[in-house]
Design a protein around this ligand. Structure first.
Ligand SMILES: Nc1nc2c(ncn2[C@@H]2O[C@H](COP(=O)(O)OP(=O)(O)OP(=O)(O)O)[C@@H](O)[C@H]2O)c(=O)[nH]1
Length: 362
């Protein structure tokens, strides 16, 4: 955990391991010697070296803002180039709308935000800061209805969370981070290594299990994923586990046979508990931009996605896609990820996200 945390801070600050500070040399007190000796060189004492400040502990908002820096600076630059001390007119609004579309917010949200900006401000001078404040307010309004927490039903033993998504979108990592969260809330957790194709994914899950104190159910590589999910559910029920998180292999939404396998996993789980899975969580990689829309559409249809986690919002200029997804699907966005560390996943907050992407202070 500390290892990863360190990695996160290193990335944010570009810090290496602290180099040892050079020792301050004491000032030399000289006395005139009897015999002539070469004039000694007086080395002035270097100024005292200030103690290295402790690594600042960033708040979640600061980390979110740092993570979204590329997205927000793309927007800020666009806004600065459009609002150059001129009066608001139709042409300015059109250019502003284009900036929003370029930033992946989607046509519908771009139109809504532009209309809100134009309202009552026509022919008036408007500066970049005011535009950013309005942008944040409008994005927050769009996102508020989808910023919904993932609620674990304590009556379910287990509450089954099936995690789905395209390859590499962060399913296994998100499962690990969630396991840590649930464990810290005092819940018992079981992880099912349903990505039976990739040995590395199973290993990764086992490591998360060890780290978080969650039981891991795994089978040999190539084993039937639906069978594994069924067995894990039975084990979790027998043990009275609070939360069962089921990993699945990544699959592209246009691979019909793989999507059919996902349907089978759900069918088999339902045979054992008709109410399960209680949550179908889909991970979306923010760096993929517009393709995320088709992913949500198809996974939503096939797997009955109930909520989203958007990962990798750090290091992408395409964070605006979250707004487009919220507008188009209205699915709850439970968490967002801004790094690989265990602490880099937080419940999604509309106002924070809106202010961070608009480049405003917290
Ligand atoms: N920067 C960053 N990296 C992340 C984030 N979430 C996950 N990752 C990284 O993304 C990579 C893929 O994550 P996995 O969890 O293996 O993805 P997966 O969906 O399980 O992958 P498959 O099993 O191949 O489908 C890993 O290197 C993770 O560390 C995030 O929020 N930010």
């Amino acid at each position: 955990m500390t290892e990863e945390k360190k990695g996160f801070f290193k990335r944010i600050f570009g810090l290496g391991d602290a180099a040892p500070e050079p020792e301050a040399k004491p000032e030399v007190a000289l006395e005139s010697p009897a015999a002539p000796v070469p004039e000694p060189v007086v080395v002035p004492a270097p100024p005292p070296v200030p103690e290295a400040p402790p690594a600042p502990k960033l708040s979640w908002f600061q980390r979110l803002k740092a993570g979204l820096a590329r997205s927000s600076s793309a927007l800020s630059e666009g806004i600065a180039s459009v609002f150059t001390k001129r009066k608001l007119d139709a042409a300015t609004l059109e250019e502003f709308e284009d900036v929003l579309i370029q930033a992946d917010l989607g046509l519908s949200a771009a139109a809504t935000i532009t209309a809100a900006l134009g309202k009552g401000r026509f022919d008036k001078e408007i500066g970049g800061d005011e535009v950013k404040a309005i942008l944040a307010e409008e994005v927050s309004k769009i996102l508020a209805p989808v910023a919904r927490p993932l609620v674990i039903d304590p009556a379910r033993k287990p509450h089954v969370i099936l995690v789905v998504g395209v390859n590499g979108t962060g399913k296994t990592t998100t499962i690990g981070k969630l396991a840590a969260k649930f464990r810290s809330e005092g819940r018992s957790v079981m992880l099912a290594a349903g990505d039976t194709f990739r040995a590395a994914a199973v290993e990764q899950l086992k490591i998360w299990g060890e780290r978080t104190g969650a039981t891991v159910v795994a089978r040999a590589i190539g084993a039937d994923a639906a069978g594994l999910a069924y067995d894990a559910l039975k084990e979790a029920q027998a043990a009275g586990t609070d939360v069962l998180l089921i990993d699945t292999a990544g699959r592209l939404q246009n691979r019909a046979e793989l999507m059919a396998e996902l349907e089978k996993i759900i069918r088999v789980i339902k045979k054992h508990d008709a109410s399960a899975p209680h949550t179908v969580l889909m991970t979306l990689d923010a760096t993929t931009g517009q393709n995320a829309l088709s992913q949500v559409e198809i996974f939503g249809r096939v797997a009955g996605v109930t909520g989203l986690v958007m990962t990798k919002l750090d290091g992408t200029a395409r964070g605006g896609i979250l707004v487009a997804i919220a507008t188009k699907f209205g699915l709850p966005i439970h968490f967002i990820g801004v790094g690989e560390g265990v602490d880099d996943l937080e419940p999604f907050e509309a106002a924070d996200f809106a202010r961070a992407i608009a480049g405003l202070a917290g």
